[in-house]
Design a protein around this ligand. Structure first.
Ligand code: NAI
Length: 327
């Protein structure tokens, strides 16, 4: 029988995971392949996590071979092939950006080191917990024995939000759309690119034909969607974040469809003028479990300025965590 794929998930008693774990276990990630879940939480949340595991048990999912929980990353990450780092320290009232970066820095330095020590050789690490790009950078830099390209951050939710807004504007199903790209940081500075996106094979920006909508409605709606969900629901996006986390990891493992690409925040190789080593969102294709940044796309003046602004924010965040001694 096939050896199970070992999948670590952190923040496992939190709200994203209340959706994510059930999607993974039901086969949305790897189909019928056997899986073992390794769930990490902080000590006070272990009891709640036991309740989540009881519910997973009660689904009697056929491909879940084993579930282990714990609060020690060096045990939970032992031999894992995939790590979805969802747990993070949320921003609380009165918290400065530096406080948020150091609180998360402590989490992602420890988890990076633990992965470095005990994860399987083929481990793929995807960071959803915010600030996702910089948390991924911290984990990557604290795991020197794992190839840097195995550390990604999630911008797939932004990508999906952009597809949904564009489909609504054009009155077409999302299946008509392709080649969407989110560039830069998973933050309000992110740049959803309609110039390279396509609808029925033609440029989406051309099909929309409304630069004012693109600039003043589309981009801010996508970038501020997280805040709009909090405003409406009283809680941050969880099911859609879980869906995006599954889709990113699934495509990274199983590949992207021919003729299309997806948005993935990956360590830059200098493509499109993004400084090497920054974890920034790019258009990516995946074959045989390896992604490549799509090359040669046309970047107009408008796009250039937007990408540069988001990348400048990533540089600032990198400088801040460097000063804090986290990388
Ligand atoms: P939540 O607060 O409901 O759950 C987070 C869980 O992480 C808690 O159960 C907490 O105990 C746990 N945790 C904290 N420190 C931990 C550690 N060191 N090890 C293991 N677990 C730890 O938060 P929610 O809604 O599930 O969101 C999780 C993160 O995802 C947040 O940082 C949020 O901002 C981020 N997020 C990212 C999105 C993206 O598109 N990249 C979209 C939506 C949310």
């Amino acid at each position: 029988t096939e050896a199970p794929t070992k999948i670590a998930v952190t923040g496992a008693a939190g709200q994203i995971c209340y959706s994510l774990l059930f999607r993974i276990a039901s086969g949305a990630l790897l189909g019928d392949r056997p899986i073992e879940l390794r769930l990490l939480e902080i000590t006070p949340a272990l009891k709640a996590l036991e309740g989540v595991v009881m519910e997973l048990d009660d689904c009697a999912f056929g491909n879940v071979v084993n579930i282990e929980i714990g609060d020690d990353p060096t045990k939970v990450f032992d031999g894992v092939n995939m790590a979805m780092l969802v747990g993070a320290m949320p921003r609380k009232a009165g918290m400065e950006r530096g406080d948020l970066l150091s609180a998360n820095g402590a989490i992602f330095t420890a988890q990076g080191r633990a992965l470095n020590e005990v994860a399987a050789d083929d481990v793929k690490v995807l960071v959803t917990g915010n600030p996702a790009n910089t948390n991924a950078l911290i984990a990557m830099r604290n795991a020197p024995d794992i190839p840097a390209e195995r550390f990604n951050a999630l911008t797939r939710l932004d990508h999906n939000r952009a597809l949904s807004q564009l489909a609504a504007k054009l009155g077409v199903p999302v299946t008509e759309l392709s080649n969407m790209t989110i560039w830069g940081n998973h933050s309000a500075t992110q740049y959803p690119d309609l110039f390279n996106a396509k609808v029925g094979g033609r440029s989406a920006a051309e099909a929309v034909g409304d630069q004012d909508w693109l600039e003043n409605t589309f981009i801010p709606t996508v970038a501020k969607r997280g805040a709009a969900i909090i405003e409406a629901r009283g809680l941050s996006s969880a099911a859609s974040a879980a869906n995006a986390t599954v889709e990113h990891m699934r495509d990274w493992a199983l590949g992207t469809p021919a003729g299309d690409w997806v948005s993935m925040a990956v360590p830059s190789d200098g493509s499109y003028g993004v400084p090497e080593g920054l974890i920034s969102s790019f258009p990516c294709t995946v074959t045989d479990g390896r992604y490549e940044i799509v090359q040669g796309l046309d970047i107009n003046e408008f796009s250039r300025a937007k990408i540069d602004a988001s990348v400048a924010e990533l540089v600032d965040e990198r400088n801040a965590v460097t000063e804090l001694g986290l990388i």
